[in-house]
Design a protein around this ligand. Sequence first.
Ligand SMILES: Cc1cc2nc3c(=O)[nH]c(=O)nc-3n(C[C@H](O)[C@H](O)[C@H](O)COP(=O)(O)O)c2cc1C
Length: 186
Amino acid sequence: MSKTATVIVSSPRKGSNSGALAEAIAAGLTESGVTVETLDLSILDIKPCRACEGCQRNLGLCIQPDDMEAVYPKVRAADVLVLSSPVYWFNMSGLLKTFLDRCFAVAMVGERPFAQKTIAAALAYGDADPYVSGAVNAIRTFQDICAYTGAAWGGCVYASALSPNTLSQDQSILDKAKELGRALSR
Ligand SMILES: Cc1cc2nc3c(=O)[nH]c(=O)nc-3n(C[C@H](O)[C@H](O)[C@H](O)COP(=O)(O)O)c2cc1C
């Protein structure tokens, strides 16, 4: 059976730079025979984790009736999870963090399905430097999530861009992102 990938987009704006990177990664995955589904968190109703621990007692079932109900099966099934985000306040976007908090229901329950997955990332940030911008904080967080859940770290593509529709014009970073997609298919 072919691999599946879920690509998470977490910028709310049109012409998103991190979204352009995610799209190129998705193209590399698709080209290599991976079945890809992209989820745009900005149009989903995903409430913050309530830390009730209900999911830990109830086979990963979250008590909150929102769009995560439809997202959980896709996250569970994915071999590859691509997390894309703008850097906001020196880390990932709030939309992505809220999504990841809710993934506690999947990652740490039962057979811990994250241990079978590869996680990769795409980041866009306004500052010229990935350290000053805070992109490194997001990357470190993703790597810590991998270490904690047993997921494999598949790598990250990242670039500086402040205005929308910038990275979609930058062929060299799009090629890098596509190559990451191809590598994740293996
Ligand atoms: C609320 C907010 C916070 C931001 N914080 C940072 C930051 O901490 N570091 C940085 O380098 N850029 C920051 N930026 C700039 C964005 O990361 C940059 O515009 C990026 O291209 C956005 O990606 P997107 O097009 O995918 O939304 C911030 C932008 C916004 C709107």
